[in-house]
Design a protein around this ligand. Structure first.
Ligand SMILES: *Cc1c(COP(=O)(O)O)cnc(C)c1O
Length: 240
């Protein structure tokens, strides 16, 4: 089977950057005195399906996407690969039907209307296993409501609603460190929100935190899942 020209160069590039990120995760895990490494979700948004295929050769099993149309197309093209698709972007309720067809987890559940849309979509899809859902928390202390992430005080109510919705499994919390704040402090607040959630919902043990810039701080704060794009794939094309 022939490959596109340039594939071999890209393969070497991705293999090198992936190894460097894995090494950072190993070191951060060791520095934090943790027994087990967090899982690496490679965020492949804006990059072609051919890159995801190469990453799969190197053992990547978890990939993250933030736009439904792009994610749906890639998941369909790569259907034969053993990949888990993590939806990490802001999600409109009218996209719920599409997302539940390919996603293994949705990290960006931040409002009641989305919980009910996802629950209905799972019921209508005939999907045979529950959809893992994480409550996205807005960690910005000056956050206005309704802008990507539930406020910390909204998390318990939203978690109870999720846990009580058939077809959905409350899996944990997700957050992005706010700009202009030490990520270690933001991730410490997330860890305490996660702990409170787990007291009420013992199985909800995922803590999705840490991107290219702040993965070390996230590992130190107890993240179980890292979402790394740029440092594996390179900078994203700006326009498309
Ligand atoms: C794009 C994105 C990432 C990856 O960020 P990088 O800085 O490229 O590693 C992680 N999480 C979310 C929610 C994203 O949208």
């Amino acid at each position: 089977m022939g490959e596109e020209p340039g594939t071999e160069a890209r393969r070497r590039e991705l293999s090198g950057s992936l190894e460097r990120v894995r090494e950072r995760i190993r070191r951060a895990t060791e520095a934090a005195g943790r027994d087990s490494e967090p899982a690496l979700i490679v965020v492949t948004k804006f990059h072609p399906a051919s890159d995801v295929r190469l990453l799969a050769e190197f053992g990547v099993r978890d990939v993250g996407e933030n736009r439904d149309q792009e994610a749906a197309a890639k998941a369909a093209e790569l259907e034969e690969l053993p990949l888990a698709w993590h939806f990490i972007g802001q999600l409109q309720t009218n996209k719920a039907k599409s997302v539940v067809r390919y996603a293994d987890a949705v990290h960006s559940v931040d409002r009641a209307s989305l919980v009910s849309a996802l629950g209905k979509a799972v019921a209508a899809s005939g999907r045979d296993r529950a959809l893992d859902c994480l409550v996205q928390v807005n960690l910005d202390p000056d956050a206005a409501p309704g802008r990507g992430g539930a406020l910390p005080e909204e998390v318990p109510g939203l978690s109870d609603l999720l846990a009580g919705t058939e077809g959905l499994r409350l899996a944990g919390v997700m957050a992005v460190a706010p700009l202009g704040e030490d990520p270690a402090e933001a991730f410490a607040r997330l860890a305490s929100i996660a702990e409170q959630m787990q007291r009420r919902h013992p199985g909800a043990d995922m803590v999705s935190a840490g991107m290219s810039q702040d993965l070390e701080q996230a590992v130190a704060a107890g993240a179980t899942h890292l979402r790394i794009g740029t440092d594996v794939l390179g900078t994203r094309p700006r326009v498309r």
